[in-house]
Design a protein around this ligand. Structure first.
Ligand code: ZN
Length: 405
C-alpha cells in the first residue's frame, strides 16, 4: 500500500483488530448472523511521514450517508462546543456580517451557538437525518461530502467564511489532500480553519486502540497534520490540547505567513518528538497492551456469566462496538447495550448481534455489571445511571486498562 499522506510504500504494521463490520452500521432486529460483511481492520504506520493509518479504506458513502451518530446526545460534547463557539466569537471578534461554516456539521450542535449570536452559518453534512435535524433548527445545511470541487464551487459562488470548523472530520476523510485543497480554496486570505481531532499521542499513551475503526482512516498529530496542510499553502498558527475524546488537538490554521505562530506550536511539536511518534518502537507496545485488555475483559465478563450474573453495556458508540468485536463478545456475554439515542434503540450491534436497548430496559435488567463503553464520558454516564438503578452495579471501563468501580 501507499501512505495516504506522502505516498511512501514504507509502511509497517501496528495493530490488527481482526476483520469486523464497519462499527456504526447497526443492523435491523431481524438481521441474520453474518448480515454485516467483515472488513479487515488493521492499523499501520508510515515510516516516512509517521502517519498512523488504516491499510484498507471502506468507501465513505457506505458509512456516512445513513449515519446515526447525533452529536447532541452527549451533554459533555455540547458543553465543550458551546465553550468553543464563545471562544471563537471573542478571539476572532466575529460580527453578524461574518459567515461561520462547519464541515460535517452533524445536527447543528456547534453552529446553533453562532446562530443564537446572530452570526451567519452554513453547514456541510453528508448524512440525511442529521442534516434534516439541523435544518429544523434554522441552520442552512447542504447535504454533501466536502471535497476540493465543493470548496472551489462555494468560493466561486462568493461564499467567504471567516471561520471554517472541522471537528472530528479530518481523520474521517479517505482523501486528505483533496479535503485540505478544498479548505485552502474556500478559506479567505485572513480566514481561519479550526480543526479538532483525537491526538495520536493520546491513543498511544493511553492505549485507546478502540478508536481504531473503519471511519478513522488516519490517526493524526500536529506533525502529520502540518505536513498535509503545508502542501496546500496552509499552516498551523496555534494549537491547544483539549480533553475531549480522550485527548484531542485543536489546530488553528491559516494561509501561510498571514498570522504570527504561537509558541504552543513548537511546544506540542517537541512533545510529539519526545514521545517518539517518529520511532517505530513507540507503536510496537500498543498491540501488547491491547491484547492484555482483551484477555482481562473477556475473563471478567465470562467469569461473571459463569456465576449467573447479568452483564450489560452502556453506549452503543463505534469505539465500544470495536472493543466488543475485538474481544469476540456476543449476546451470550452481554445481554444488551443501552443507548439514549432513539435512532439506535431496537437495532443490533454489527458482528456481536447484541441488541441496543433503552436506558429504561437496562434498569429493568437489574445488572450486576455495567460495561461503560464510551470511556471518554465515563463520569457523565455513571452519574446518569446511578440515578436510574435500584442497586449499584460494578461499573467497568476497559481503556486504558481494565478498571472496576
Ligand atoms: Zn507517509
Amino acid at each position: 500500500m501507499e501512505c495516504r499522506f506522502c505516498g511512501s510504500t514504507h509502511v509497517e504494521p501496528v495493530i490488527d483488530l481482526g476483520a469486523q463490520p464497519p462499527a456504526n452500521g447497526l443492523l435491523p432486529p431481524d438481521a441474520p448472523f453474518g448480515a454485516a460483511t467483515p472488513v479487515p481492520l488493521c492499523a499501520v504506520v508510515c515510516t516516512n511521514c509517521w502517519l498512523m493509518q488504516l491499510d484498507t479504506a471502506v468507501p465513505p458513502e457506505t458509512m456516512f450517508t445513513d449515519y446515526v451518530y447525533f452529536s447532541s446526545f452527549s451533554d459533555t460534547w455540547i458543553a465543550h462546543t458551546r465553550d468553543l463557539a464563545a471562544m471563537a466569537i471573542e478571539r476572532f471578534a466575529l460580527k453578524p456580517s461574518d459567515l461561520v461554516m462547519e464541515i460535517a456539521s452533524n445536527d447543528g450542535y456547534l453552529l446553533q451557538n453562532f446562530l443564537a449570536a446572530g452570526i451567519q452559518v452554513l453547514g456541510i453534512e453528508p448524512a440525511f437525518a442529521t442534516a434534516e435535524t439541523a435544518r429544523a433548527k434554522g441552520i442552512t445545511t447542504q447535504t454533501r461530502f466536502f471535497t476540493e470541487a465543493v470548496g472551489r464551487e462555494l468560493a466561486a459562488s462568493g461564499t467567504k467564511p471567516s471561520i471554517v470548523f472541522g471537528l472530528n472530520v479530518f481523520a474521517h476523510v479517505p482523501k486528505p489532500h483533496d479535503f485540505v485543497a478544498g479548505l485552502a480554496a474556500l478559506t479567505a486570505p485572513d480566514g481561519v480553519v479550526i480543526f479538532e481531532f483525537p491526538h495520536v499521542l493520546s491513543l498511544i499513551r493511553h492505549c485507546q486502540f478502540d478508536t481504531i475503526y473503519h471511519e478513522h482512516y488516519s490517526y493524526l498529530g500536529l506533525a502529520t497534520a502540518s505536513f498535509v496542510l503545508g502542501k496546500h499553502g496552509l499552516e498551523v498558527f496555534d494549537v491547544e490540547q483539549v480533553p475531549t475524546h480522550g485527548g484531542s488537538l485543536r489546530l488553528f490554521v491559516g494561509h501561510k505567513g498571514r498570522r504570527p505562530i504561537g509558541e504552543a506550536v513548537a511546544r506540542v511539536a517537541a512533545e510529539e518528538r519526545a514521545a517518539g511518534l517518529d520511532r517505530l518502537e513507540t507503536y510496537g507496545a500498543l498491540r501488547k497492551r491491547a491484547e492484555a485488555i482483551r484477555s482481562d475483559l473477556t475473563e471478567l465478563v465470562r467469569g461473571a456469566r459463569a456465576q449467573g450474573k447479568t452483564v450489560v453495556g452502556y453506549g452503543a458508540a463505534a469505539k465500544g462496538i470495536t472493543l466488543i468485536n475485538y474481544c469476540g463478545l456476543t449476546r451470550d456475554d452481554i445481554a444488551l447495550v443501552a443507548d439514549a439515542n432513539s435512532h439506535k434503540q431496537g437495532k443490533l450491534l454489527p458482528g456481536s448481534h447484541i441488541p441496543v436497548a433503552t436506558p429504561e430496559a437496562l434498569a429493568e435488567a437489574d445488572p450486576d455489571i455495567v460495561l461503560i463503553l464510551p470511556w471518554n464520558i465515563r463520569d457523565e454516564l455513571i452519574g446518569k445511571l446511578t440515578e436510574r438503578l435500584a442497586r449499584k452495579p460494578d461499573f467497568v471501563t476497559a481503556i486504558p486498562k481494565l478498571e472496576v468501580s
